[in-house]
Write a protein that binds this ligand. Structure first.
Ligand code: IMP
Ligand code: MG
Length: 183
C-alpha cells in the first residue's frame, strides 16, 4: 500500500488545529455579517472545497455557496495580466455580500484579480477568507480580511491542497518532501 504520509516532511496544521481555525473564522464572519441580507460564499475550486464546507457549517446565518474555477496569468516578473475564468458563478451577485474562500494565498495575484472582477459585477462588498497565507511570497499589495494561519514559504499539501492533483484528501496540512517534486 502506498501511504501518502511517507511523502510528508512535517505537519503544519493537524485536524484539531484546523477545526480551531474554522471555529475562529466562522465566529468572526458570523459577527461581521449578522445583518447581511444576501451573503454568498464564493469557493475557489478545487483547493478550497474542504475548508469551505467546514467553515460554512459553522456559520449559522443564511448564506449561499457558489463556485468559481480561475487561473491567473502575469506570473513572475510581469505586472500586468488577467484572470481566466474556467467555471463561473451561477447567480448574479449584484448587491450581495461576497466572501471569497481561498485555500492559500501565495503571490496574491489570483485573489486580487478575482476580487476586482467580483467588485465590478456590483457586489455590495467583497472580502476574502483564506485558510493559509504565505506573506513572504506576496507580489501584490493586498489586504486579506480573514486568515486562518500564516505559514512559511514551503510547499504544502492536504485538506484540499494538492501537488499534481494528489494529496487533497490528507486530513491535515503538511509540508511536502521536496524529493517528491524534485524527482
Ligand atoms: P497566487 O496567490 O495567485 O500565487 O496563487 C495561489 C494559488 O497557488 C493557490 O490557490 C494554490 O492553488 C496554489 N498554491 C500556492 N502555494 C501552494 C502550496 O504550497 N501548495 C499547494 N498549492 C499552492
Ligand atoms: Mg487554489
Amino acid at each position: 500500500m502506498y501511504d501518502m504520509k511517507n511523502d510528508i516532511q512535517s505537519v503544519l496544521a493537524d485536524e484539531a488545529t484546523l477545526a480551531t481555525i474554522c471555529d475562529r473564522l466562522a465566529a468572526q464572519i458570523t459577527e461581521d455579517y449578522r445583518d447581511s441580507r444576501d451573503l454568498v460564499l464564493v469557493t475557489v475550486l478545487k483547493g478550497s472545497v474542504l475548508f469551505a464546507t467546514d467553515l460554512m457549517r459553522r456559520i449559522p446565518l443564511p448564506c449561499e455557496m457558489e463556485f468559481m474555477k480561475v487561473s491567473s496569468y502575469g506570473k513572475g516578473t510581469e505586472t500586468s495580466g488577467f484572470i481566466q475564468v474556467h467555471l463561473d458563478l451561477k447567480r448574479d451577485i449584484k448587491d450581495a455580500d461576497v466572501i471569497v474562500i481561498e485555500d492559500i494565498i501565495d503571490s496574491g495575484r489570483t485573489l486580487q484579480k478575482l476580487q476586482s472582477l467580483l467588485a465590478h459585477r456590483g457586489a455590495h462588498s467583497v472580502k476574502c477568507c483564506t485558510l493559509l497565507d504565505k506573506p513572504d511570497r506576496r507580489q501584490v499589495d493586498m489586504h486579506v480580511d480573514y486568515v486562518g494561519m500564516i505559514i512559511p514559504d514551503e510547499f504544502v499539501v492536504g485538506y484540499g491542497l494538492d501537488y499534481d492533483e494528489k494529496y487533497r484528501n490528507l486530513p491535515y496540512v503538511g509540508i511536502l518532501k521536496p524529493s517528491v517534486y524534485e524527482k
